[in-house]
Design a binder for this molecule. Structure first.
Ligand code: FES
Length: 361
């Protein structure tokens, strides 16, 4: 067996959370403030951990959302969960499932040495896929008694079936000795029907007879953190921080000091999330939600040369001046907003319904 102790490896946690329904009977102001606090706590860890939110409301009864957490060490996972436990919303959350794992190279050789899926095993790079299908996995002890060549033959067949479904992308991580399961497998895909067909076909493979456990199986929907918080019910995460619009149509959204040069920030005007950016002292305002798969553009990277923002999920590029797509997968532009400063305040004006319709036509 090869060892990989000297290789750079990541720790991975699939944390599934369930909200106590009692939370939905709290006053709306407290619900809204709790969502804001919870969301901002998670955002403080972006950069230190790779954090992907997924919703399960409407899909599972025993959990409401997943935070897919990828870090360089266990301490980061502990710190994040400790911070979440300290929030008001955290007091109403339980964790029905928590799967801990690490990246590592497979002990099996795969027919194509350049197979991208297997080359990527040491570093987790989530894709654009809308869905994530996650389950813990344990093989029977009889599997480990088989000669290595015999296991390799069965794995080759497994891989052959998987390659018939090229749009399904596999992330395998290893839990031996760290957690109850042996692996956690997480498949990314845009079409649940394709994944169903793949799993059904794999059931007929020889290797499948050596599976001891592969449940629970959790289907998760990728969405922005703030959309996810709104799937929990209660007051909207967006409405909680909405200041009133003035008679001239402008809404004060934050202080100038909150947006230093080079920074981006999500603010709210009426019911809309707006992404603000400060490029060398000029403030730009565009819709926060990417038109591709709803990432929060305020978390994107500013590109001063193009006066643009690069979406944090799939690198779609939007002009901050026009909202037009400059590159990447998005097909539609984002809304731009008038913005001005008055004293220490930044104000944003949302276009009227008529102006929006005129812009679309
Ligand atoms: S969500 Fe895909 S490019 Fe923005």
């Amino acid at each position: 067996m090869t060892t990989a102790t000297a290789e750079h490896r990541q720790v991975v946690r699939y944390g599934f959370y369930k909200l106590d329904p009692a939370w939905r009977r709290l006053p709306a102001e407290r619900q809204a403030a709790a969502k804001t606090e919870f969301g901002e706590t998670i955002e403080r860890y972006r950069g230190r951990l790779l954090l992907r939110p997924y919703g399960l409301v409407g899909i599972r009864g025993d959990c409401d959302f997943l935070l897919w957490q990828v870090a360089e060490d266990l301490d980061a996972l502990v710190e994040l969960q400790t911070a979440l436990n300290r929030t008001d919303l955290g007091a109403y959350l339980t964790i029905p499932y928590s799967f801990l794992a690490m990246t590592r190279r497979s002990i099996y050789e795969f027919p194509s040495a350049g197979d991208a899926q297997h080359d990527q095993r040491l570093v987790i790079r989530p894709s654009a896929a809308k869905y994530l299908f996650v389950y813990p996995f344990i093989k029977t002890r009889a599997w480990y008694s088989l000669p290595k060549a015999e296991r390799q033959r069965m794995m080759d067949d497994h891989v052959r079936v998987g390659r018939k479904y090229p749009t399904i992308r596999l992330n395998t991580t290893y839990s031996y000795g760290l957690d109850d399961q042996e692996f956690v497998v997480a498949f990314e895909g845009d079409n649940p029907a394709e994944f169903l067909d793949l799993v059904m076909e794999l059931r007929e493979s020889e290797a499948s007879s050596y599976t001891l456990r592969d449940t629970p199986t959790l289907t998760c929907v990728q969405m922005s953190l703030w959309d996810l918080l709104d799937t929990l019910g209660g007051a909207s995460a967006t409405r909680s921080v909405i200041p009133a619009a003035r008679s001239d149509g402008f809404t004060p959204v934050c202080e100038v000091a909150d947006l230093p040069p080079g920074a981006g920030k999500r603010v709210y005007a009426a019911a809309e999330a707006v992404a603000l950016f400060n490029l060398g002292g000029t403030i730009h305002a565009i819709a926060d939600r990417c038109t591709h798969a709803r990432a929060s553009l305020s978390e994107g990277t500013v590109d001063p040369a193009r006066c643009a923002v690069v979406c944090p999920w799939h690198e779609g590029v939007f002009s901050l001046e026009t909202g037009h797509v400059l590159a990447g997968p998005p097909g539609l532009p984002v809304q731009t907003y008038q913005v001005r400063t008055e004293g220490n305040l930044i104000l944003v004006a949302l276009p009227s319904v008529e102006a929006r319709e005129a812009a679309r036509s």
